[in-house]
Write a protein that binds this ligand. Structure first.
Ligand code: PEP
Length: 305
């Protein structure tokens, strides 16, 4: 007789889920160890196994190269004060490396508010002047890291290959990667946007197991909409998000692809957030400019109030 072995969920799995938004995905039958059961309640972690309703909304702020330490503390304290009792969503703030620890202190213990980095390196340590390792990010309080932002691809030589190495390293260390993809204006105008994004997705997720694909977050950021004030229409964004979900499914399966949060980025602001987040496959936003003002960022977090 062949017995189906159940997946064993352990204490460390719950801890790692609690650091990255409180959701633990599995599409298998599972049992919890006694310690994991206790931790599940203590850390308010949900175990999810299928269906689009499982996706938490993620509102992530990419501060880029802005904010000295004092300004970062002021902004993050103002955001922390306005978070309230959110349940179905989380907010992530991604300050520059220099402000990570200060922001971690300012938001410590605030419900639904997490810290992310804007980049990561794929080696653990060593002679890599100027780079930042995953352990350094974790020890500064990070749970998330943005990988492959178009500005890094454009100015710093980031490729699908380096993105893939960084995604693998982040996952190995239980950091949640927010993987950025998106086409330029020229690529859209020449009708190549689907192929461009398909290549970026398959490059970023190459060699990942289904379990690992279930842990990533993807941000669709049309380059022509970043920092330009031009936003993709909800229809344009939804069409690309649905396409991205199809690509994710082809690299994993339908259940996994339904669990992956796909954020929209590109001039998202209080005036257009509702229309975008009403779309079936848009699960949140990656926000540049509007994340630098607490009032605007909080309006995005509480977009449906
Ligand atoms: C970004 O940098 O990821 C971004 C979306 O910027 P903005 O919101 O300013 O367009």
């Amino acid at each position: 007789m062949i017995k189906k072995v159940m997946k064993l969920i352990q204490y460390v799995d719950i801890l790692s889920a609690s650091r990255t938004g409180g959701k633990l995905f599995t599409d298998e039958k599972y049992v919890l160890t006694p310690l994991a059961k206790e931790a599940l309640k203590r850390h308010n972690v949900e175990i999810l196994n299928g269906g689009s309703s499982m996706r938490k909304i993620i509102i992530a702020g990419n501060w880029k190269m802005n904010m000295t330490n004092d300004a970062a503390i002021e902004l993050s304290k103002a955001v922390a004060a306005g978070m309230g009792e959110v349940k179905d969503r989380i907010a992530v703030m991604c300050p520059p490396f220099t402000a990570l620890s200060s922001v971690a202190g300012a938001i410590s213990g605030v419900n639904g508010l997490y810290l992310g980095a804007q980049n990561i390196f794929y080696e653990d340590k060593g002679a890599y002047t100027g780079e930042i390792s995953p352990d350094m990010l974790i020890s500064s309080g990070c749970s998330f890291c943005i990988i492959g932002h178009s500005e890094r691809r454009k100015y710093f030589g980031e490729t699908d290959e380096t993105v893939n190495k960084k995604v693998k390293k982040a996952l190995e260390k239980s950091l949640t990667p927010i993987i950025c993809v998106g086409e330029t204006l020229e690529e859209r105008e020449s009708h190549r946007e689907l192929n461009v994004v398909k290549k970026q997705i398959s490059g970023a997720l190459s060699g990942l197991s289904k379990d690992d694909i279930a842990k990533v977050v993807i941000a669709y950021e049309p380059v022509w909409a970043i920092g330009t004030g031009k936003t993709a229409s909800p229809e344009q964004a939804q069409a690309m998000h649905a396409y991205i979900r199809e690509q994710v499914a082809s690299l994993s399966d339908a259940v996994v692809s339904q669990s992956v949060s796909i954020l929209y980025g590109g001039s998202m602001k209080p005036s257009n957030v509702k229309g975008l987040l009403a779309c079936a496959d848009i699960d949140g936003g990656l926000i540049g400019g509007a994340s630098l003002k607490a009032e605007d960022f909080l309006k995005l977090v509480h977009f449906d109030d």
